[in-house]
Structure formats: structure tokens, C-alpha cells
Ligand binder design. Structure first.
Ligand code: HEM
Length: 568
């Protein structure tokens, strides 16, 4: 095996040389399944060896998430592009915003590497995240038409109500450590409502109230999502196989998979029946709209091309929506609560806007169409959190053809079967694009006074914008774009960008408005600690505790730093 690996590594090295960019060689592919289980542990052991034995390309680049620890260093040393050669694939890292946009625009030349997402087809498929070519176009078109403003209105209402309940729960605790779990609960509950029409009262981390029959659906969805990686790796069939001697916890997981699937079948048939009963009837009621219902309807009515989704594809896509929309938003919300706890002035700035827009109106009177577009500072908090803590790593590739790409003024020929990784840490955080304070979390950078924009405060990397905004009224402010499109890749770009972008923005703004109009968050001070010391401790923690628990960047142990929740 070692000889074969060495031979593959050599062949890949020869291919990589054709790129004409700096090369680093690592002995194990990042996605080697065995290696994924132990990469960080092994690398941290090897790092203890003296001199070059502990400090080399292996210890620097050969583990999941190395780019977060390395920051800007790799591209600063090697330029806008370099390649990591492994025995399995060559990983081409790209940090030139223009070249990146060129790549995104040429979706056919640089498609998503679906081999990595294929495992998502566990409940049916192909799905929007795993299909390619014409098949993907069909699924994407139908999905886009369903993720519409009707859906966003439901997301707005549900997220506002859940954010409010979560804030009240934290207030009953005073000191709380459950921001990670509770954020995952509220994002899952919003998805449950938007996808399946199932609404649940918020249950805090140490509460389990709901014993209604629909709670079995919630429990199955929760269990499936909490164990998604295990299910993706081994498939639901493994956990439901009666012949395998599985531990009780895995049997329970099998039951959750079966319950989740049978609920999807039930929802599907219910929507199909409703559609036939009201054939030719008017538009669906707001309260009746669900993504499941919309997909069923769109598939039955079929587009101009005459193609809809099959039943199996609908199940697969419902799972993918729930999966893709859950932890992304939840992990970002957890990060934002920590950043806000360390930045009371940003909280005041945020609350000022929320109060201006919503006054003391009860939540039932908040209006998606009237209020959401005016809550720009809330959105700026999301943009900034996503800039500095980008959860999703994308992988494109060249398939079976070499492709040319202009990188930093040089034409590079990317060989077939090369993986391409957008280096978002670099394009999101380099001072050249974002100013001297690029490394800091500063949501004000996304906001400018309307007049300021006319005078040339033109993008979020312009440091002068913050000064222009601290006192101006929310109505007179604008949300700035990033320095260039290729400098902001949080939701990706091109035809294969995130179709849930608006969904997540609406959800986020409603959460924040509900959480921070009347409440504030602070770090719990330790013995003799000043606020400034606590702030430094929290920000240090955010950096050191960030990692890839599963597929996404997240705070690994947010429960380790207690926070205080109180009325403003
Ligand atoms: C702030 C939250 C979110 C972030 C940062 C985010 C980010 C992304 C990114 C970067 C991609 C491209 C991934 C790749 O190319 O490998 C993506 C794809 C996708 N996202 Fe999101 N996402 C978010 C929320 C959501 C939500 C709420 C939904 C669903 C309701 C969703 C559904 C999807 C789907 C279905 C895809 C695959 C699209 C395709 O292949 O055509 N996302 N997302």
C-alpha cells in the first residue's frame, strides 16, 4: 500500500508541476476516511518532535481545517495560488478574487466536486446538492421557485417567535452555557416549520416539554440531524438492519431514521391528497405553505419542460434542505452571541436600530415586508460573522479536462481531475481588501450613511465607513457591498451558490431582532477580572475553540464559557 501510495504521489506531483505554481507535498489525502478520524490528534503528537521533524508540510497542511489555523500565511508565502499534492488528488488553493469569480462564472468548466456531497443522498435522490448537469438544473429550478417570499414570510414569523422564547429562557437562567445547543434547536425548529409545516414551542437545553404526537417527528428530525455524519457515513439501512448486533443507541438512531422517513411519506401523501382535492383552487394559504407542499405542487404541475421531481427526489431534497440550512445558521448564531458579548458597543449600536425600526411593538405586529429591509445592522452582524467565521468549505474541480485560468496576471493550466479550493480566509481577511482592521469582527464596516456612499464610501472594506455610521439613524443608512464579489464567498457565487441565502438572512434578522431589542449579553466575569480582561478571554476562546467538528467550522465547546443574559 505504501509503495502504491508513493507511486500515486509521484504521478500527482508530475501533474502538479504543470500548474507552474508553488507545490507542497503531503503524504495523506485530506479526505482519507481513516485519517479523518485521527488527523488532528496524530498531527499534534508529531508536532512535539524537535526541529523539522515536528515542523514541516505534514504538520502544517495535513489535517482538516489547517487553513483556519494558518490564516493568511500560506498565500502570503506562496502567492495567489499553490497546490498541495497528495497520493489521491491535487488540491489547488486559489486566492485571487478575479480568478475566483471567473471560476464561478464558468460552472461547466469548474463544477462542484459532487463526490464529496454524494453521501447526502441517504433519504432519496439525486438531490440539489448532489446532482450535476441537466439533472441539477431541473432540481435547482424547482427548488428556487419554492424558496420564495411566501416561504420567507413564514421563516420571519417563526424565527421571531423562537428567538423571543430563547431569549426569555436564557433570562430565566441568568448565567447560561447552552448557546450552542439552543441555537441548533431554534434553527431546526424554523426548518421544521418551513419544510414540513410542523411548529414547536421552544425547548431550552434542559427542558423537554413537548409530548404531543408530532413530537415524535421533532425527535426523529433532531436525532437524524444530531447524528447526520454517522448516518451519511453508514447510511440509514445500516442502522435499521435487524441482523446486525448494534448497540442500543444505534438501534434508536435506526428507529429515528425510519420515523423521519415515514413522516416524510405521510407529509407527501397529505400534500398530494390536498392538491387533488383542491385541484384548480386558488393560491395556498400563507399558513399552509411548506417547502414540501411547494415541491409536490411544482412537481405535479411540472414546468414548461414537462419535468418535475419524483417522490424519491422530493424526500432526498427535503433532507438536504434541512441538513444544509441547520448547522450553518446555528453555528454562525453561536459565534455572533460570543462576538456581541465581547463588544457591548456593537450591541448598543444594534439595539438602537432594532428599537428605531420596531419600537415597542409586540412581536405579533412585526412585518416581514415592512421591517426586514430596514434592519440593516442586523444583517451586517450576519455578514461580518460569516466573513470572519465562514462555516462551509467548497470544493470545485476540473473533471476530465484541463482548464485555463488567469491568476494574478498569469495564465495557469489546471490539469484534469484537480480539486480547486477557494481560499476564503485570504480573500475575506486580507488587509489589502478589507483595511488595517481586517482581522477584527466589526459589523459597522458593512454600514454607511447614505450621504457617505455618495461621497465615495463605497464598500465594506473602507474603514472610514464606521465613523460615518455610529450616530446616524437606521433609515438613513445603507448596507455596503464587499470590496468585490470575489472577496465575499460565504454563500458561494455563480449558478451553484446557496439557494437558502435569503432564507438564512430573514431567519437571522428575525432572531437578532427578537433577542437584542430588550436583552443584552455579557461574559460572566471571573474572580477579580475586569471587563476588558473578560473580553480578551472571550475573543481568545473564539479563536482557539474554532474547529471542524463535522463538515463545518464551529465553536467546539461553547458551553465552556458562561455568559450572562439580562434585560437592557
Ligand atoms: C448562513 C447560512 C448559510 C450559509 C453560510 C450557506 C452556505 C452555502 C454554501 C457556501 C453553499 C455552496 C456549497 C458548495 O458549493 O459546496 C451552499 C449550498 C447550499 N445551501 Fe446553503 N448556506 C446557508 C443556509 C442555507 C439554508 C437556510 C438552506 C435551505 C433552506 C440552504 C440550502 C443550501 C442548498 C440546498 C445548497 C446546495 C445548492 C446547489 O448545489 O445547487 N443553505 N450553502
Amino acid at each position: 500500500w505504501t509503495l502504491y501510495s508513493g507511486y500515486c504521489l509521484y504521478c500527482n506531483y508530475l501533474e502538479a508541476r504543470k500548474l507552474g505554481v508553488p507545490i507542497r507535498i503531503i503524504p495523506i489525502d485530506h479526505l482519507n476516511k481513516l485519517w479523518l478520524l485521527v488527523d488532528r490528534q496524530v498531527v499534534s503528537l508529531v508536532r512535539r518532535l524537535p526541529g523539522p521533524l515536528g515542523n514541516n508540510s505534514f504538520t502544517r497542511f495535513n489535517y482538516r481545517g489547517w487553513h483556519e489555523d494558518d490564516g493568511l500565511r500560506a498565500h502570503n508565502e506562496m502567492g495567489e495560488a499553490f497546490v498541495l499534492v497528495t497520493p489521491s488528488r491535487n488540491w489547488f488553493y486559489l486566492a485571487d478574487p478575479e480568478a475566483l469569480m471567473n471560476m464561478y462564472r464558468r460552472g461547466k468548466d469548474f463544477p462542484r466536486w459532487v463526490e464529496i456531497t454524494k453521501m447526502l443522498d441517504v433519504f432519496g435522490g439525486p438531490t440539489i446538492a448532489t446532482a450535476s448537469g441537466e439533472q441539477w438544473k431541473r432540481i435547482r429550478k424547482i427548488s428556487n421557485s419554492c424558496l420564495n417570499e411566501q416561504c420567507n414570510t413564514i421563516v420571519w414569523d417563526e424565527a421571531g417567535s423562537l428567538g423571543d422564547a430563547m431569549a426569555r429562557y436564557w433570562a430565566t437562567k441568568g448565567v447560561f452555557t447552552s448557546v450552542g445547543e439552543d441555537s441548533r434547536t431554534v434553527t431546526l425548529d424554523v426548518l421544521s416549520k418551513a419544510c414540513f409545516g410542523q411548529s414547536f414551542a421552544f425547548e431550552g437545553h434542559d427542558e423537554r416539554l413537548d409530548t404531543s404526537p408530532s413530537a415524535s417527528f421533532r425527535f426523529s428530525l433532531l436525532t437524524v440531524m444530531e447524528n447526520a455524519l454517522l448516518i451519511l457515513a453508514l447510511t440509514p439501512r445500516f442502522f435499521t438492519n435487524p441482523w446486525l448486533p448494534l448497540p442500543a443507541a444505534w438501534r434508536k438512531l435506526g428507529e429515528a431514521c425510519s420515523t423521519f422517513r415515514s413522516h416524510m411519506v405521510y407529509f407527501y401523501n397529505r400534500e398530494l391528497r390536498a392538491l387533488h382535492e383542491f385541484k384548480g383552487g386558488g393560491a395556498q394559504q400563507k399558513g399552509d405553505y411548506t417547502l414540501m407542499a411547494a415541491l409536490v405542487r411544482a412537481s405535479q404541475e411540472k414546468g414548461e419542460d414537462g419535468f418535475g421531481l419524483t417522490e424519491d427526489e422530493i424526500y432526498g431534497n427535503m433532507f438536504v434542505f434541512s441538513f444544509a440550512g441547520h448547522d450553518t445558521t446555528a453555528h454562525l448564531l453561536t459565534y455572533a452571541v460570543f462576538f456581541l458579548a465581547a463588544n457591548p458597543s456593537a450591541q448598543d449600536w444594534l439595539a438602537q436600530e432594532i428599537t428605531q425600526v420596531l419600537g415597542d411593538r409586540p412581536r405579533s405586529e412585526w412585518d416581514y415586508h415592512g421591517d426586514f429591509p430596514r434592519l440593516k445592522r442586523c444583517l451586517a452582524v450576519l455578514y461580518e460573522t460569516l466573513r470572519v467565521k465562514t462555516p462551509v468549505c467548497e470544493v470545485k474541480w476540473t473533471q476530465d479536462q484541463a482548464q485555463q485560468l488567469d491568476v494574478a496576471g498569469q495564465t495557469v493550466t489546471v490539469p484534469p481531475a484537480t480539486l480547486i479550493i477557494p481560499s476564503y480566509v485570504y480573500v475575506h481577511k486580507h488587509p489589502r481588501y478589507w483595511g488595517a482592521d481586517a482581522a477584527e469582527w466589526k459589523p459597522e464596516r458593512w454600514i454607511a450613511a447614505r450621504d457617505g456612499v455618495d461621497e465615495g464610501y463605497s464598500h465594506a472594506g473602507n474603514n472610514d465607513t464606521a465613523a460615518a455610521t455610529t450616530t446616524s439613524a437606521a433609515a438613513d443608512e445603507v448596507l455596503l457591498p464587499p470590496p468585490s464579489r470575489g472577496n465575499y464567498l460565504g454563500w458561494s457565487e455563480g449558478a451553484r451558490d446557496c439557494p437558502g441565502k435569503r432564507f438564512s438572512q430573514v431567519e437571522w434578522v428575525a432572531f437578532l431582532a427578537a433577542m437584542f431589542r430588550d436583552w443584552k449579553v455579557e461574559p460572566q466575569l471571573q474572580d477579580q477580572e475586569t471587563f476588558d480582561e473578560a473580553r480578551t478571554r472571550v475573543l481568545d476562546f473564539v479563536e482557539k475553540d474554532s474547529g471542524y467538528g463535522g463538515l463545518l467550522l464551529q465553536l467546539m465547546h461553547p458551553e465552556k464559557v458562561p455568559l450572562v443574559w439580562s434585560r437592557r
